[in-house]
Write a protein that binds this ligand. Structure first.
Ligand SMILES: Cc1ncc(COP(=O)(O)O)c(C=O)c1O
Length: 396
């Protein structure tokens, strides 16, 4: 097995610019991209080998691997990983592979609610959640994540005041994008009790669960107990932590057989499609053989996160933020810079950095941006330098 030191994954700027991905092509060549949740890293060798094997043999027929369909292998790899990493026992029979997690958010919303029903969402949030609620004509009920001075938290009394007789679903994102919170057992238990008392289904997006920093621990919501599992649909994939979002393979895990049946009474199995062979084999390789790579990447991300914290706190204290507890994303509050335009626009024009715009995570947050720091140290340092220079120039 490789040791952490021998696993290299950082890519040079010319190599990144030669890629045909959204991150490095959306903006002009002089803009450093720090937006979409893609890492500037080469993938793990076992993933590359799994893909090369299919491509080398031109093996694109309907697949069967050792007597099993790839979907089943993905489901088993997920169940095994949840058991070994988090002690969460779940049957692969309750795991449904599909192409992507946005699809995985829409489907349970359609299955477990009707137009006009309320769906609770924490704000700021990953933008497609909001679309999944509004385009299906459900009522969006927003629960603010509030900065308590040390981290972003939600308030159970605010949640109580928000729900009504027609509230059916809570969309949870844990670890939370964009605040980087890893919710504690107490926070999750309070939410679980509330969901049981108010007969809510919880859609728990845990796509960032492998990207947790030392000192924090991911707790799958459905692992809290059978009663809460029975109303929880967990969403996950290898795409964020193993940097393979283009390969389109994800899973929905139902917390009980009844829940799975209820889902399929409205959403036929055929409608959610299947992962393609490359995505499925890559996901199995990631979850079963990719951990040494991920450990090495997490060491790097931990250093990168600390660099962001140290440099910004020292050089631009007006930008307020909390070190993310997970994810390679940071939610930067730029209100004290008193910018004359939205923060995203300001940094694009004046620093040539492409952040994610705060208003896409919360319409009320144009003075926030989300920084993606999953890049090599030289590029991260250049991003930080550009932030400092632009912020100081603005101050004059
Ligand atoms: C919380 C969350 N859910 C889902 C996704 C996207 O998943 P997919 O590409 O599988 O639709 C992302 C991507 O950044 C995300 O941050």
């Amino acid at each position: 097995m490789n040791s952490r030191e021998t696993i290299s994954f950082e890519l040079s700027q010319p190599a990144l610019q030669a890629r045909r991905n959204a991150k490095w092509n959306q903006y002009d060549a002089d803009v450093l991209p720090a937006f979409v949740a893609d890492m500037d890293f080469a993938v793990a060798a076992p993933i590359q080998a799994a893909i090369e094997r299919i491509v080398r043999d031109g093996d694109y027929g309907y697949p069967l691997r050792d007597g099993q369909k790839p979907d089943r292998l993905v489901a088993s790899a997920f169940a095994n990983r949840m058991q070994s990493r988090y002690g969460w026992e779940l049957s692969p029979d309750l795991v449904l592979p599909l192409a992507d997690l946005v699809q995985g958010t829409y489907a349970p919303i359609l299955a477990f609610s009707d137009p006009g029903d309320g769906v609770v969402l924490q704000v700021p949030n990953y933008p497609p959640f909001r679309d999944a609620i509004s385009t299906t004509e459900r009522r969006l009920l927003t629960l603010p994540m509030r900065d308590d001075g040390t981290r972003y938290v939600f308030d159970m009394d605010e949640l109580k005041a928000l729900v009504d007789q027609r509230t059916r679903i809570f969309v949870l994102c844990n670890p939370q994008n964009p605040t980087g919170r890893v919710f504690s057992r107490d926070e999750l238990l309070a939410l679980a009790t509330f969901a049981i008392d108010h007969d809510l289904i919880v859609i728990s997006d845990e796509i960032h669960s492998d990207l947790v920093y030392p000192g924090y621990q991911h707790i799958p919501f459905a692992s809290l107990g059978p009663e809460i599992a029975a109303r929880t649909v967990t969403l996950n994939s290898a795409t964020k932590s193993f940097n393979i979002p283009g390969l389109r393979c994800a899973v929905i895990a139902f917390g009980s057989e009844d829940l799975r049946k209820r889902f399929h009474s409205r959403i036929p199995l055929r409608l959610t499609g299947q992962a393609n062979v490359i995505g499925a084999d890559a996901t199995v390789a990631a979850w079963t053989e990719g951990q040494p790579w991920l450990d090495a990447v997490m060491d790097h991300l931990h250093k990168a996160r600390n660099r962001v914290v140290d440099v910004l706190a020292a050089e631009v204290p007006e930008i307020r933020f909390h070190a993310p507890e997970a994810t390679y994303l940071t939610w930067l509050d730029c209100r004290e810079l008193r910018l004359s335009s939205a923060a995203h626009q300001f940094f694009l024009n004046n620093a040539r950095i492409g952040f994610s715009a705060g208003e896409t995570f919360d319409p009320g947050s144009p003075q926030f941006v989300r920084l993606n720091f999953a890049t090599s140290m030289p590029i991260l340092d250049e991003i930080l330098d550009r932030i400092i220079v632009a912020a100081r120039r603005n101050d004059r």
